[in-house]
Design a protein around this ligand. Structure first.
Ligand SMILES: [Fe+2]
Length: 202
């Protein structure tokens, strides 16, 4: 799969335009019961937030590589992100291009057959990394069921990455079933200022 198939970018997108793009891709869903269709993600330090989240755990540090909403049985197919902050030269979002052709037979077997327990919203469920066309990985919410050695670190190191650089009112659409992503460590000046809006699409 080429880069253009998994990410699309638009520039100078209005509020209206953001929703229109979302509707073109599918049905927007709330990421949390108490959130709106448009979520606002603000870079904060760990001590600024109460609820358990990546920000609570990692603050301004490197976020781990993940699928968005891996804890949902059916995670959103597409993630729309729009940068709405005022500061320039913000830390990009990094896309990890998951390419099965880079893997050994043992690694392919690992991602297709090893069973993980996913801490869901209620009682949790079992899943593989690649299952029914969905790529699901988030070590924050997933644990290998048996004591097999975890090959994911080696596997992820084999993948190429690209960056989504941000400028005000730029929108990027990520195919959440095909690629993984993360946010690298941010600089001090980005705290409270690196602001992204997100719409999840099913
Ligand atoms: Fe994410």
């Amino acid at each position: 799969m080429t880069v253009s198939n998994v990410i699309e970018e638009f520039y100078n997108v209005s509020d209206d335009g953001f929703l229109k793009i979302a509707l073109k891709y599918g049905n927007p869903i709330k990421s949390r019961p108490d959130s709106g269709i448009i979520d606002t993600l603000i870079t904060r330090t760990s001590d600024q937030v109460e609820r358990d989240s990546l920000t609570k755990r990692y603050g301004a540090e490197n976020f781990p590589i993940h699928t968005d909403c891996a804890y949902l049985k059916t995670p959103p197919r597409f993630i729309l992100l729009k940068y709405v902050g005022d500061i320039t030269e913000v830390t990009p979002t990094v896309i990890v291009h998951f390419d099965i052709n880079r893997l050994t037979e043992e690694e392919i077997d690992f991602i297709k057959h090893r069973i993980w327990f996913v801490k869901g919203e209620n009682k949790g469920f079992y899943s593989r990394i690649l299952q029914n066309g969905i790529l699901r990985y988030d070590k924050e919410v997933m644990k290998l069921v048996n004591s097999d050695s975890d090959l994911m670190e080696t596997i992820l190191k084999k993948m190429t990455t690209t960056s989504i650089s941000w400028e005000k009112n730029k929108v990027a659409i990520i195919d959440n079933y095909a690629v993984l992503h993360y946010r690298p460590k941010v600089s001090e000046k980005e705290i409270n200022k690196r602001i992204l809006q997100r719409i999840n699409i099913i």
